[in-house]
Design a protein. Structure first.
Length: 196
């Protein structure tokens, strides 16, 4: 979740190995409103990976997931309500990696953004995370607890931007007769740092 609005921790935990081709940008929890991050710096030649919107669930570590995975029944329906996804890079629709293998990509193309949904596999796929990341995950758990959880959401991998300052915006809207949630994330400026 994006809490660092000044961008001072943007590089925290990022893999800066020359063999790593991806730089992660944080987003907001489902229906998190609007936020702008200023001052984020990322190295050049890195794909940008970010979530339009996500839902993570796993605050009851004592209950074991059954065959139908009860945690999933609390995450997937929320993402099912999402009916609008958009993003721009410098005011233009961004470059979406196309065909090829590994980190090669084709010419820029427009894609169905709803094809980029990622979720824990059906019938299982529960991942673990530490309660030490915050009491909001489980206020009754010891800090060394390992909590099982599931995730669902929409993600995008963008081709590496050129060195210099950019503006990246991405948003998601979930609307129905009983639900109306919107989240907008802006990175401005997002500075891509060259190697020279």
């Amino acid at each position: 979740m994006l809490n660092d609005l000044e961008g001072s921790q943007c590089a925290l935990g990022q893999p800066f190995s020359p063999r790593s081709n991806v730089f992660f940008l944080a987003g907001l929890d489902f229906g998190g409103g609007s936020v702008t991050c200023t001052g984020c710096h990322a190295p050049e030649k890195k794909f940008l990976f970010f979530p339009f919107t996500t839902v993570n669930y796993g605050i009851f570590p004592v209950a074991e997931p059954g065959p139908d995975n009860w945690r999933r029944t609390l995450t997937n329906p929320l993402i099912n309500f999402v009916n609008s996804l958009s993003f721009t890079l410098d005011g233009q629709e961004g470059t979406i990696p196309g065909g090829g293998s590994g980190f090669t990509y084709s010419e820029p193309e427009t894609a169905d953004l709803f094809a980029y949904r990622g979720q824990s596999p059906p019938g299982g796929g529960v991942f673990d995370y530490s309660a030490a990341y915050g009491p909001d995950l489980c206020d009754t758990c010891p800090a060394d607890s390992i909590l099982p959880g599931v995730s669902d959401g929409y993600w995008l991998l963008l081709a590496p931007p050129s060195p210099g300052e950019h503006e990246l915006k991405f948003s998601a809207v979930a609307a129905s007769e009983t639900l109306s949630l919107r989240q907008n994330v802006t990175y401005s400026p997002l500075t891509i740092v060259g190697s020279d």
